[in-house]
Design a protein around this ligand. Structure first.
Ligand code: PA5
Length: 474
């Protein structure tokens, strides 16, 4: 095995195709546009840096302060790997998207279908919905007697997760009696919410989500680290990648020497110029769900009606997920010729962990034969470069993040790059990046519709809403 070398695992950020010299004066940015933002950029840099670890920025501390927790996670993961055939995460939003993204990135793409001797760990499922068919389907393929359930909810109150908890613990109790509690691990806030109370009452093994860490910024906390460790992923390397990105991101307020800050500055400038959509398009199946994770991070953090001063701003930048090359045959037509309203971020992987040779064999068909003797990885990366070229030729803002290889270290770095970019843009917009009042409204309306105690006023508000007209329902 070759020795891991950090220098060979550096992420690169190419923003040539955001610049006027490369995509044209009308759509592209000039260095003077960036320079004009210097005061805003510097203020954002200072504010995110100063608040690291405080308030809702506890996520910036996670790669530095979890030695004891990591040791506990590794012990627990070892026991789970030894004693259980399946590991199921019950959670939603920030309590599910990170574990899904990291699983897809770092494990075999058909992991659950592999025989145990190749998998070498429990099967893995994340239930991030309350679709009854999906829950039934899960129960059809697992045996609860050999399954560990990790219930993850920061608030300890989310209806989806608590309903999953109720369904599963009911089945577990019937199957296992009092021993059922040894099949549940709770990951939640240390003090707030129902899950911590239940965990104490029932005696579940518990991990805590630090108070300053919100759901979408929690992948480096036990939310993401425990599932990853159970899957045999090297979580220390993931944290090392995140740590190195933080160190880089706080070294200087000069965006030309600071990747997350430059990434943020470009997006902020794009927003100022009315480019309201951010497309995340990894060119690797392993990174497919990083785009899903990113959509929540970007959408929920930046979509805000008011700024910190209470002024109505209706900020936001609509995230869209795409997959290269798959979506070249679906969305690229729109991105190349549709409205000038997007920034497209391509994620490139320089070297795939496995290759597939396209064999020789069709010399009589030159239209196909040109592919022969190349690898699929070469084809994929060539198509990415061709797409980048086509986008630039049509004056479309695009940027490429290149990852030398998908591994624990580069994934830690990549996730932290996007979290820092989001925090910097939020600071530039002067909004609260870490709240989600729009999500709370929907949650509260659900409680009211179910007649939950304490939500009587909300129920009255809903009841007094204008009744729908049959005229508009066909
Ligand atoms: O980012 C967030 O804070 C939210 O999207 C939450 O992750 C989501 O609502 C689930 O919340 P909880 O972890 O409290 O169950």
């Amino acid at each position: 095995m070759t020795k891991f070398n950090k220098n060979d695992n550096q992420i690169r950020f190419d923003f040539n195709n955001m610049m006027a010299d490369y995509i044209g004066q009308e759509q592209g940015f000039k260095e003077s546009d960036l320079a004009a933002l210097n005061p805003t950029v510097k203020a954002a840099f200072e504010s995110v840096k100063a608040q690291g670890g405080e308030g809702w920025q506890g996520w910036l501390d996670l790669p530095f302060n979890q030695d004891e927790i990591v040791a506990d996670i590794l012990d627990t993961a070892k026991a789970v790997r030894k004693g259980f055939k399946t590991f199921v995460v019950l959670g939603i939003g920030g309590s599910a998207l990170g574990p899904i993204a990291v699983f897809q990135a770092l494990k075999h793409l058909h992991y659950n279908e592999l025989p145990y001797k190749m998998r070498k760990g429990p099967k893995f499922y994340v239930e991030d919905n309350v679709d009854p068919e999906r829950m039934n389907a899960l129960l059809d393929v697992i045996d609860v007697k050999t399954t560990m359930f990790n219930v993850i909810t920061k608030s300890g109150a989310t209806s989806e997760t608590m309903s999953q908890y109720l369904v599963i613990t009911d089945i577990l109790k019937k199957a296992l009696g009092a021993d059922y509690a040894s099949h549940v691990i709770a990951t939640t806030d240390k003090e707030k919410g129902n899950l911590i109370k239940l965990a104490k009452k029932e005696g579940f093994k518990t991990f805590y989500i630090p108070s300053g860490v919100g759901g979408r910024f929690s992948e480096m906390s036990p939310v993401g680290l425990l599932p990853a460790a159970v899957l045999g992923i090297d979580i220390k390397k993931m944290l090392a990648g995140a740590r190195d990105m933080i160190k880089k991101g706080f070294k200087t307020a000069n965006p030309y020497h600071n990747m997350p800050l430059m990434a943020a500055t470009l997006q902020y400038l794009a927003m100022q110029k009315g480019k309201n959509i951010s497309v995340m398009m990894p060119y690797a199946d392993s990174l497919k769900y990083i785009a899903d994770w990113y959509c929540q991070l970007w959408g929920e953090s930046l979509g805000k009606s008011v700024d910190k001063a209470g002024k109505e701003v209706y900020a936001g930048h609509t995230p869209v997920k795409a997959l290269g090359v798959t979506d070249q045959h679906s969305q690229i037509q729109l991105y190349t010729e549709g409205p000038f309203d997007k920034v497209i971020t391509l994620i490139a992987v320089d070297a795939f962990r496995q290759e597939m040779m396209i064999p020789e064999g069709l010399p009589e068909f030159p239209d196909v034969n040109f592919l022969c003797g190349n690898t699929m990885g070469t084809l994929l990366n060539t198509e990415r470069k061709a797409t980048e070229y086509a986008l630039a030729k049509k004056h479309r803002l695009n940027r490429t993040i290149s990852v030398p290889e998908v591994n624990e270290y580069t994934i830690g770095k990549l996730l932290m790059l996007f979290m820092m970019e989001t925090a910097f843009v939020g600071a530039m917009l002067n909004i609260d990046t870490f709240n989600q009042p729009g999500v709370e409204e929907g949650k509260n309306a659900t409680y009211a519709m179910f007649g939950r105690k304490g939500y009587e006023a909300k129920k009255a508000e809903l009841d007094s809403a204008k009744a729908k007209s049959e005229k508009y329902i066909l």
